[in-house]
Ligand binder design. Structure first.
Ligand code: PEP
Length: 250
C-alpha cells in the first residue's frame, strides 16, 4: 500500500495577514509542480482567508489549528466547523499538545471535536503524544493507546482511513530535541497496529500517520525513509518559505 506523504505546517500564533501573503508569494514558486507530497498549511484563524486566496490554482491544502464541536451558539471566542468549511479549510488540527497542556483540553473534548469535524467534511489531523515524564516512566505506549482510544471513540469505521494522525511527543515540540527515527518508528508502528486491530487492514493501510517534533530540513530524511512514517507536522521550520520548501525534498 502506498500512501501519499503529507508535509503540514502549523504556524501556531505567528504571522500577520501581510506576512502570510508574503510567505505564500515566496513559497508557491518553490513548490510549483511538486506532486510527490501533499502540502498542508494551518495558519491562525484570521489568516485563513488570505492563505485561501493565495493558494488558488494550486494543490496546497488548507487547515485550521483548532475548532469547537458545536454548530453555533453562546460560545464566546470559539469557531464552528461550518465557519472553517466556508473559509475553504480541508483539515483541522485537533488535540495538539499546546491545546491539551496549555488550554486544558481533555480526551473527551477532543473526541467531540473529531466527530464534529468528520461530520462537517473536515479531515482531523489528530495529535497524540507523551510527555517527558511519561516517557521516562515507560508509559509511552499506554499514553498513546489511551489518547487514541478516547479520541476515536464512537467514530464510524468508514471515516477512519481519512483521518490523519500526528505522533507528536510533547518533549520534542518546539524544543529542538527531535525524537530519534527509532522512537518515531516504534510509536507510529504501535499506532498503526492499534488501528489495524480495531478497524482492520483497509483502515490501517490507508491512514496517514505523521511525525511531529522539531522536524527541520536537516533531519526530515531520517523520518521519511521509514516505511511507516507518512510525513511530518512542522511548527518552527514551517515559518520561513525556504525552510518549509526544503522539507519537501526528502
Ligand atoms: C508542532 O507545532 O506541531 C510542532 C511539531 O512544532 P515544532 O516543529 O516547532 O517542534
Amino acid at each position: 500500500m502506498t500512501r501519499k506523504p503529507m508535509i503540514a505546517a502549523n504556524w501556531k500564533m505567528h504571522k500577520t495577514i501581510k506576512e502570510a501573503k508574503a510567505f505564500m508569494a515566496e513559497f508557491l514558486p518553490k513548490v510549483a509542480g511538486m506532486k510527490h507530497t501533499d502540502i498542508l498549511i494551518c495558519p491562525p484563524f484570521p489568516l485563513i482567508a488570505a492563505v485561501n486566496d493565495s493558494r488558488e490554482g494550486t494543490d496546497i491544502l488548507l487547515g485550521a489549528q483548532n475548532m469547537y464541536f458545536e454548530e453555533k451558539g453562546a460560545f464566546t471566542g470559539e469557531v464552528a466547523p461550518a465557519m472553517l468549511k466556508e473559509l475553504g479549510c480541508d483539515c483541522v488540527i485537533l488535540g495538539h499538545s499546546e491545546r491539551r497542556w496549555v488550554f486544558g483540553e481533555t480526551n473527551e473534548l477532543i473526541n467531540k471535536k473529531v466527530k464534529s469535524a468528520l461530520e462537517h467534511d473536515l479531515i482531523p489531523v489528530l495529535c497524540v503524544g507523551e510527555k517527558l515524564e511519561e516517557r521516562e516512566a515507560e508509559q509511552t505506549d499506554q499514553v498513546l493507546l489511551h489518547q487514541l482510544e478516547k479520541a476515536l471513540e464512537g467514530v464510524e469505521e468508514s471515516y477512519i482511513a481519512n483521518i490523519i494522525i500526528a505522533y507528536e511527543p510533547v518533549w520534542a515540540i518546539g524544543t529542538g530535541k527531535n525524537a530519534t527515527a527509532e522512537d518515531a518508528e516504534k510509536a507510529i508502528s504501535l499506532i498503526r497496529e492499534y488501528i489495524h486491530s480495531k478497524y482492520g487492514t483497509d483502515s490501517s493501510d490507508k491512514i496517514r500517520i505523521l511525525y511531529g517534533g522539531s522536524v527541520k530540513p536537516a533531519n526530515i530524511g531520517e523520518y521519511m525513509k521509514l516505511e511507516t512514517v507518512d510525513g511530518a507536522l512542522v511548527g518552527g521550520a514551517s515559518l520561513e518559505p525556504a525552510s518549509f520548501a526544503a522539507l519537501m525534498e526528502f
